[in-house]
Design a protein around this ligand. Structure first.
Ligand SMILES: Cc1cc2nc3c(=O)[nH]c(=O)nc-3n(C[C@H](O)[C@H](O)[C@H](O)COP(=O)(O)OP(=O)(O)OC[C@H]3O[C@@H](n4cnc5c(N)ncnc54)[C@H](O)[C@@H]3O)c2cc1C
Length: 416
């Protein structure tokens, strides 16, 4: 059932919208778990440890939900109506998120977030061709999934040194190279790809961005097995992959600008990922079960975990009330979040001792390995902690920039 929409001449108040959305959620027959544990919070894993089929089933459950919500007019609240959105504001979006957090809806998945919050908005910003514009609504509705084909074996933090080449051939481009750490590529239909189109200019200037269909001839996705068990990310090999110029995003040679747009969306959303890897209530439960509460040093460590959690709640509330003016708010939130994951890992490791790696009968033992093995990944993903600190130092604190000796050297001449 679709939610009745209001007149477009006058913006609906957040309160009115929230009441309308709450009524819709109440009609859906989903368990209202409130502050109790939800499905999305039951596991302690930071990354899924699932077979391909099980992860696909999980993704389908989520995309079905995304579609239901979208068709009810609640799936793209701050997007214009031309994309199937509600034409409202971020404040309406935040109100919806608060209502949804009360319900036991399907767990989030990184690929769906990347598609909806990073790649769809990037396509909207550049809006170059009808073919690319037509991808946006299906992405928002959960019908199409898209991954981020940026990192390469020799280009991660220093992304601008990437070596995948795209050569112009009439109305087409022919792409050859290798990407790595591509989250969700095995389930995606499209990828946003950065390639070098001019090796004779400095590295940031010779890059162009494209959308590439992952079923294109010459493209191969190979899942990588990670230490926490599953295969969240992949290697992607491109061998003479041919795509039309209509799939280009932005101007030729301006792919770095496109990349910064996507990375900006990523930084702004990555600190929000607070449901991942166990809850603070589960940590307290563990502290009780292991006797850590009686240990003065562990008690202190636990207090630090709780303080960090509370500070994050306050920061989230402040962000919702006051727009970020620092330009590096996303970097700060991401650092805060990965710091919390690390603190949690350190505490459970100390509290469990050997029980971290064997099930010794203590409630929660062994279970937390998935957290401890997965947490370091997010200190690297989406720009490592060190890179986020550099951004804050340079752009907010105004400290002297890092020496970047190869900024004006043609990419071809940079030693590799
Ligand atoms: C879970 C996960 C998911 C990912 N998903 C994707 C994806 O979907 N698509 C994609 O394109 N990529 C993805 N990545 C890749 C990610 O963006 C890179 O791993 C990241 O940018 C770091 O690059 P790197 O691995 O090459 O490490 P490097 O850049 O080689 O860094 C190695 C170490 O050196 C440090 N370092 C590097 N440069 C500096 C510097 N200038 N100053 C201080 N320290 C520095 C880093 O902080 C790090 O500790 C993912 C990574 C992870 C872990």
């Amino acid at each position: 059932m679709s939610v009745t929409t209001t007149t477009t001449t006058e913006t609906e108040t957040v309160e009115h919208f929230a009441a309308r959305a709450a009524a819709w959620y109440a009609e859906q027959g989903i368990a209202r778990t409130g502050s109790h544990l939800k499905r999305s919070q039951q596991g302690k894993a930071v990354f899924h440890d699932l077979s391909f089929d099980d992860e696909l089933a999980l993704l389908r459950e989520l995309t079905d939900w995304v579609r239901t919500r979208f068709d009810a007019g609640l799936g793209a609240v701050a997007w214009p109506e031309s994309f199937g959105g509600a034409g409202l504001t971020q404040a309406h979006e935040a109100a919806l998120a608060r209502i949804e957090s009360e319900y036991d809806v399907p767990s989030p998945h990184e690929l769906v977030s990347v598609t909806r919050h990073l790649i769809a908005p990037t396509l909207r910003v550049y809006d170059r061709t009808p073919q690319m514009r037509e991808l946006i609504t299906p992405m928002l509705r959960g019908d199409l999934l898209a991954c981020q084909l940026f990192s390469e074996p020799g280009a991660g933090s220093d992304l601008a040194s990437l070596a995948t080449r795209a050569r112009r051939d009439g109305d087409d481009w022919v792409i050859t190279g290798q990407k790595v750490w591509t989250s969700g590529a095995q389930f995606a239909q499209w990828g946003e790809l950065l390639a070098r189109t001019d090796p004779d200019v400095p590295k940031h200037r010779g890059i162009t961005a494209f959308m590439v269909p992952l079923d294109a001839d010459g493209l191969e996705v190979r899942p990588l097995r990670q230490m926490s068990g599953g295969s969240s990310f992949n290697e992607v090999f491109l061998s003479e992959v041919r795509i039309p110029d209509a799939y280009r995003i932005g101007e030729v040679g301006e792919g770095w600008k496109v990349a910064l747009t996507t990375l900006g969306f990523e930084r702004n959303s990555s600190g929000e990922n607070t449901d991942v890897g166990g809850t603070v209530d589960q940590v307290i439960e563990l502290a009780r079960a292991t006797g850590a509460l009686e240990d003065p040093v562990l008690r202190q460590q636990l207090a630090d975990v709780l303080i960090a959690h509370r500070l994050a709640e306050i920061a989230t509330a402040r962000d919702a009330a006051t727009p970020d003016t620092t330009g590096v708010g996303g970097s700060m939130r991401k650092l805060q979040w990965t710091g919390r994951l690390t603190q949690m890992s350190d505490f459970v490791t100390e509290a469990l001792g050997a029980g971290l790696v064997v099930d010794d009968g203590t409630p929660g033992s062994f279970d937390w390995t998935e957290h401890v093995l997965g947490a370091p990944g997010y200190r690297i993903a989406g720009g490592s902690d060190e890179v986020q600190r550099t951004l804050i130092a340079e752009r907010y604190l105004g400290l002297p920039p890092e020496p970047r000796g190869d900024k004006t050297t043609p990419w071809r001449d940079i030693p590799r």
